[in-house]
Structure formats: C-alpha cells, structure tokens
Design a protein around this ligand. Structure first.
Ligand SMILES: [Zn+2]
Length: 456
C-alpha cells in the first residue's frame, strides 16, 4: 500500500520539472528530456499553518468590529454591517485581550506536535498600542511576556510577520494618527508611492523589539489589485530593514483551484526574489470565535473528504489559515478544531512519509531554489556515472532530486559520500534512496555550485 503510494507520488512529481541531459562534447549531440527532476522536499508534501490577526496583548477582532461599526455609522449610516461587524452584538462575549499565558500554552502544544508555519505579529494593532512602546491601559507586564513567548517559543517553529501596521485603519506616518482609510479597504488598491515606506515601517517596529521578520501578511485584501507593485514593495522593504533578499508575503486563499508558490521579481544575478505563499483552505477554525468551525471541512473523520486530502493527493503545498482570536475565545473553539485536524492529519500520514511541516519561509526558499537554480546533467562515456551540476543563488534545506532510469549504488555531493537508505521513512537530507530504476538524493543546497554524482 505504502509502496504503491510512493510510486504514484514519484510519477506525479516527475512531471514537475524536467531537465535535459547534456552529453559531453564529442559524443552524439543527443538530448534526452527529463532525466533529472526536482521533487518536493524529501519527497513529502509541505504542510504549513498560518495564524493571522495575532498581536501582542489585545484581541484584534474585538477592536476591528468596534472600529468598523463606528466607521460605518460615520460614513455609511444606512448600510448594513458586513464581514466580522455582523458580530457587533457579541462584543460583550469577546474579551478585548488575549493573555500571553495562553499564547505560551498554544505555542508549546504546537511545538510538541511538530506544527510549523507563520504567526502574525501586528506591530500597532488597531492603533491601540505600539509593540515597541506599550499598550496604554493594559498591564505593562503583558507586553513583556508576549514578547518573551513570541521570541522564545513561537518563533522557533513559525515565521513572524507584521500584518501591516494596524490591520484596521491606515496610519498617517507623519502624525501616527489613524486615517479614515482601511488597510484592507481603500488599500486593496494602495498608493504605490507610499507602499514601501508603509511596509518598511511595519517591519521596523518589529525590528525595534528584536524581531527581524521573514516576510509580511496582507491584512485582508491589502495590495491585491496591485500585486506586482505590492510584491516589489515587500522585497524592497525586506532588503532595506532586514537585509533579507528572499522574503515572502501571504495574500491569497484559493479554495477552488490547486495552490502553487508564485515567485515574483527574481533577479538571478543578485539572488533576490519574493515568494507568494498561497493558502488552500478557508478559516474553518472559527475566525472571530463565532464563525464556521468545522474540522470536517479540512479533513473528514474517514480521512478521504474535505479540502486537505484533495490538495495532498496532488502534492501541492497544503497551507492552512486560522485567525488567532478563535483559538482563545468562545471556549477555545478554534484550538479544539486544530487539535482534531492535527489528529486526523497524523492518521493520514502515520509514519510521516507523505507530509512535512514547514515554515512559510522554508516553502518560499524551496520553491525559489526549485525554479531559479540552473541544473546541468552530464554522463560519462561508459554510461556508469552521471553528474548533476547545480548552480544557484537560492539556498534551501532538503533539496531533493530524482535521477530517472538510474539505479545508483553510490551517490556523492561535492565528493562526499551519502548514506543509502532503504525506505522513504528514513529519507532525509544527506542520504539517497533507490526505488526500482530511480535514485533520489536529498541534501542542503548552498549558494554557489554543487555537484551531485550518482554511479551505478
Ligand atoms: Zn488578518
């Protein structure tokens, strides 16, 4: 059963990236297509958990709903509430704060479970307080604790990103006052000339408390109508603030089509690019705590139905999204869904041969390496040794290549022998695996040139 599955996966992955075999000069100039394939990392499908709307101290949903309600009455008094504002009547049920002690408990559980992903850290949430200056009206110890938990526990397994500055109204950077525009309203089509500064400011506030963020999260549809300019601004801001040449952003949820990892603004000579991390599922954890919360929409009890098995079957990055408030409010409704979904994902992949939890940045870096590295394949005249020359400025862990129609008895990376393993269960970076006529090799890919040699 397992072997059959592995076999199917190999065949599907083989169609992803074909590399032509270049015969050495002097031999017949025949090019054979698709002799080497770059596969998913360690032949496993990435899983990742995105947490949105998280911030220190406050429950952002509470303030978002309040501010949206007040704003609508000021500007469109005859309109009906939409989105989360429809929960205005439940504000008395929602706490306005989420304690650091809960974040610690949540993050420790995720760490024990091996869950990885991205955790937003909104730097000036709802304009209530700046992460680098404090939250007036709240005990100062809470911010200190939040920063400790974020940096010491959450950051180990989750990338940290701003979700722009407030996730409610746009900030006038000259006065630090909130304007009447919304980050996810008017700035769906943002003023391009202000964009890099705005994003860089969000990153800088995190940097002021010792967090060099790995990317950014769009509050709602922020930037969506000018994605190319938005992606450019994220890259420029990441370079400017954190000297990070390969950041990511999270903007898209795609329920109806297969997710991919689009790479924008690649400059191969400089090794810069920005990845768009796309989620494949809706927030069925409960969002505010009072929205749809249903593990079956992710993966049904029999492990066949729901969105995730469909995406995993196609071996596409399987990125889940949950909004932070639901994990705490309404008796931790979202946390209960997460625990159930994780139990089912573990049952789906009991020996951990099919899936691999990754941070968003790790997925971004892998797909950059996959799409932007140069591969050249050479075979010796006797047909006993094949060399794959990889040149890249896009490093990644767990780079995995498959050599087709080539059962190797020896594999080396830059002259160093790799250990052979007999099953997918043991397949990790620094080993090779032969299955039938195919050889898979996994290693950490550095900047520069790497030579993989497989001999038979
Ligand atoms: Zn959000």
């Amino acid at each position: 059963m397992n072997n059959q599955f592995t076999r199917r996966r190999f065949l599907a992955a083989a169609t992803a990236t074909g590399v032509r075999l270049m015969l050495p000069r002097g031999l017949a100039a025949v090019e054979k297509p698709a002799r080497v394939t770059i596969c998913n990392p360690l032949l496993r499908t990435p899983l990742s958990l995105i947490i949105d709307d998280s911030c220190p101290v406050i429950n952002k949903a509470y303030y978002w709903i309040k501010q949206r309600h007040d704003w609508r009455l000021r500007h469109h008094p005859n309109s009906r509430p939409s989105g989360w504002e429809k929960h205005y009547d439940k504000l008395n049920l929602m706490p306005n704060t989420i304690p650091a002690a809960f974040a610690e408990q949540w993050a420790q559980w995720c760490a024990e479970q091996g869950i990885k992903g991205k955790f937003s850290m909104i730097p000036f949430p709802a304009g209530v307080g700046r992460i680098d200056k404090g939250f007036p009206g709240f005990p100062p110890g809470e911010l200190t604790e939040w920063l400790r938990v974020t940096k010491e526990i959450i950051w180990k397994n989750f990338d940290l990103t701003p979700e722009m500055l407030t996730h409610t109204r746009v900030v006038d950077l000259k006065t630090w006052q909130l304007t009447e525009e919304w980050e996810q309203g008017a700035w769906v089509d943002p003023p391009v000339e202000l964009l890099t500064d705005y994003i860089a400011t969000a990153m800088q506030l995190l940097k002021n408390v010792g967090i060099a963020c790995e990317g950014v999260t769009s509050p709602g549809v922020f930037g969506k109508r000018k994605e190319a300019a938005y992606a450019r601004a994220v890259l420029d801001a990441a370079l400017q603030v954190n000297n990070n040449p390969r950041p990511f952003y999270f903007l898209w949820l795609k329920h109806g089509e297969l997710p991919d990892v689009p790479i924008w603004h690649a400059d191969k000579a400089k090794g810069v690019a920005v990845a768009s991390i796309v989620s494949c599922a809706g927030d069925w954890f409960g969002a505010t705590g009072y929205d749809v919360a249903d593990p079956d929409l992710f993966i049904t009890k029999d492990l066949h139905g729901g969105r995730l098995p469909a995406v995993l079957a196609k071996q596409r990055p399987c990125v889940l999204v949950g909004h932070w408030p639901c994990f705490y409010v309404n008796e931790q409704v979202g946390f209960k869904v997460l625990k159930e979904v994780k139990r089912r994902l573990d049952a789906y992949d009991p020996d951990k041969t099919r899936t691999l939890w990754m941070k968003n940045s790790e997925i971004g870096h892998y797909w950059m390496a996959r799409q932007l590295s140069e591969l050249r394949v050479q075979e010796d005249a006797k047909g006993q040794q094949r060399s794959i020359h990889i040149t890249t400025k896009y490093p990644t862990d767990n780079f995995t290549v498959k050599v087709h129609d080539w059962a190797a008895h020896r594999a080396r990376v830059n002259g160093t022998d790799l250990r052979q393993v007999k099953s997918q269960r043991d397949f990790r970076s620094g080993v090779f695996l032969v299955e039938g006529k195919e050889t898979c090799v996994a290693f950490d890919l550095p900047i520069g040139e790497t030579i993989v040699t497989v001999s038979r």
